[in-house]
Design a binder for this molecule. Structure first.
Ligand code: SF4
Length: 196
């Protein structure tokens, strides 16, 4: 028999009626169908990674080991604007609304990589190696370019070895902490994309 759209729907209706006739209670199944896919997910607040507007987002993560979780592996289900944010009031521009594509992209680099001087290939390194190298380079650059006094003999304790540039996802609180840390290192060149 050729199955058309009409016969397929008719078959489904007849099948559901038959199940109900046999004493099966279809109400829980029907209620389940109406459930939103985010209904059992955990909400994680985040900030759009793209531009200086710094719109707030809610990322819905399933599989966090909670009761009735989809499974035991955390996985991103959905991202939307945060309605409680005074910045964007729940809205996102088309670019921000497509952030799921960035988060789940197979091209996304999730581990630190290092390209040695003269090499043409990147090597994957551990986070410990990356942080050790970062700390080493920061220390060396600070020692090399530290200015204790200016030309008039005034104490300035200025670190001219490196500057700091923050991205759009840095929040007020993180910006405050980073600024304190950088000032403690004597850094005078501080800038942040979002300026939240
Ligand atoms: S949602 Fe759009 S406007 Fe908002 S921060 Fe992201 S890119 Fe910028």
């Amino acid at each position: 028999m050729k199955v058309t759209r009409r016969t397929f729907i008719q078959g489904g209706v007849v099948g559901a009626a038959a199940l109900a006739g046999l004493g099966f209670d279809l109400a829980p199944a029907q209620a389940m169908i109406k459930d939103l896919k985010i209904s059992r997910a955990s909400e994680v607040r985040s900030v759009c990674p793209y531009c200086a507007v710094g719109c707030s987002m809610i990322a819905y993560v399933g599989g966090q080991g909670k009761t009735q979780s989809f499974n035991t592996t955390p996985h991103l289900i959905h991202i939307e604007g945060d309605p409680d944010s005074p910045v964007n009031g729940g809205s996102l521009c088309p670019k921000g609304a497509a952030t799921m594509q960035l988060a789940l992209s197979s091209d996304r680099i999730e581990h630190p990589r290092y390209r040695a001087p003269g090499a043409n290939e990147w090597t994957r390194i551990s986070w410990d190696e990356a942080l050790d190298r970062l700390a080493r380079l920061m220390k060396d650059a600070r020692d090399e370019r530290f200015v204790a006094t200016d030309a008039d003999g005034n104490t300035v304790n200025r670190n001219e070895g490196f500057a700091w540039g923050g991205g759009a996802t840095i929040t007020n609180e993180e910006g405050y902490l980073v600024t304190k840390f950088m000032r403690a290192l004597g850094v005078v060149g501080l800038e942040q994309q979002a300026r939240l």
